[in-house]
Ligand binder design. Structure first.
Ligand code: NAD
Length: 256
C-alpha cells in the first residue's frame, strides 16, 4: 500500500465506529499518525476492536472526548499532539441524525442536541486545530455533511438537515478564508451508508426502507470504506487545488 500519509498527523472525530473508523484504519494503513476523539469509552467493544484491527497501534492515540465540550476537546488534542505533533489533517466526522417529525413536535432540547453534535462540534474542534495548520501553512479539513443537507430526505430530521446544510456554509466560508494559508476545507455528503448502526436500523425492513433503497440508482447502500476513500483523497497532497467543495457519495441518488 502506498504511504500517502507518512509523517502526517490526522485528527478524526467519531473514529470508533462506522465511517470514522474506516477512515482511521485507512489513514493508519497509509502511514499517518492518528488522534481519535470519540465519546465511546476506552474499554468499549468498538475501541478494543479498533485497536486490534489497526495496522499500527503505536501510531494511534485514542481519546475519550465529547466533541460538544471545548474543554474535553482541548484536553484530548493536547494529549494527542503532545505525542505526534500538530495536526495536518482534520476529519470532522462525529455526528448523528434522528427520524423526521413535524416541526411542532421538535422540542428545544432536540434542536440544541443535534445542532451541537453535528455543527457546533465542528466549529469547536476546527477553531482549536486551525492555528497550528496556519502557522505551518498546510492543512486539510474534511467535514462530514450528508445527503440530508443537500436535498430534503423524507426520513431524516429537520434539525439534522439544517445542521448538515449549515456545515456546507461553514465549509465554503472557511475554505475562502484559509485558501491563502495553504489550508483546504472540503465536505463529503454521503447518502445511505451501511455502517453497523444504519444496517441495524434497516434490518427492520419496513416498506419505506425498501423503497428508499430502491430509489438509489445503483440499487444498493454504500459502504464506510467507499466514503473513507473520498475522505482520504481530499486529505491527501493530490487534492491540493480543491477547496470549498462538496463530494456527493450516494450511488447516484442526488446529483447536485
Ligand atoms: P456511527 O454512529 O457509526 O459513528 C459515529 C461515531 O461518532 C460513534 O463512534 C460515536 O460514538 C461518535 N460520536 C457521536 N457523538 C459524539 C460526540 N458528541 N462526541 C464524540 N464522539 C461522538 O456514524 P456513521 O454512520 O459512521 O456517521 C458518521 C458521520 O457521517 C456522521 O456525521 C453522520 O451524520 C454522517 N453521515 C452518515 C451517513 C450514513 O448513512 N451512515 C449518511 C450521511 C451522513
Amino acid at each position: 500500500m502506498e504511504q500517502r500519509f507518512k509523517d502526517r498527523t490526522a485528527v478524526v472525530t467519531g473514529g470508533a465506529n462506522g465511517i470514522g473508523r474506516a477512515t482511521v484504519l485507512r489513514l493508519l494503513h497509509e502511514g499517518a499518525s492518528v488522534i481519535v476523539l470519540d465519546k465511546a469509552g476506552e474499554e468499549s467493544q468498538p475501541v478494543q476492536a479498533l485497536r486490534r484491527e489497526s495496522s499500527a497501534e503505536q501510531r494511534l492515540v485514542y481519546c475519550q472526548a465529547d466533541v460538544t465540550s471545548r474543554e474535553q476537546i482541548m484536553t484530548a488534542l493536547e494529549h494527542g499532539t503532545g505525542r505526534f505533533g500538530p495536526a495536518d489533517i482534520l476529519v470532522n466526522n462525529a455526528g448523528y441524525g434522528a427520524p423526521s417529525k413535524p416541526i411542532e413536535r421538535v422540542d428545544r432540547s432536540e434542536w440544541d442536541e443535534l445542532i451541537a453534535v453535528n455543527l457546533t462540534s465542528v466549529f469547536l474542534v476546527t477553531q482549536l486545530v486551525l492555528p497550528s495548520m496556519r502557522a505551518r501553512r498546510f492543512g486539510r479539513v474534511v467535514n462530514l455533511s450528508s445527503g440530508a443537507g443537500r436535498a430534503p430526505s423524507p426520513n431524516l430530521s429537520l434539525v439534522y438537515a439544517t445542521a448538515k446544510a449549515g456545515l456546507l456554509g461553514l465549509t465554503r466560508k472557511l475554505a475562502h478564508e484559509e485558501a491563502e494559508n495553504g489550508i483546504t476545507v472540503n465536505a463529503v455528503a454521503p447518502g445511505t451508508i451501511f455502517t453497523d448502526r444504519v444496517r441495524t436500523r434497516f434490518e427492520q425492513n419496513t416498506p419505506e426502507q425498501a423503497a428508499s433503497l430502491h430509489k438509489i440508482p445503483m440499487k444498493r447502500p454504500g459502504t464506510a470504506e467507499e466514503v473513507a476513500s473520498s475522505i482520504l483523497f481530499l486529505a491527501s497532497d493530490e487534492a491540493s487545488y480543491i477547496t470549498g467543495t462538496v463530494t456527493d457519495i450516494n450511488g447516484g441518488r442526488y446529483m447536485g
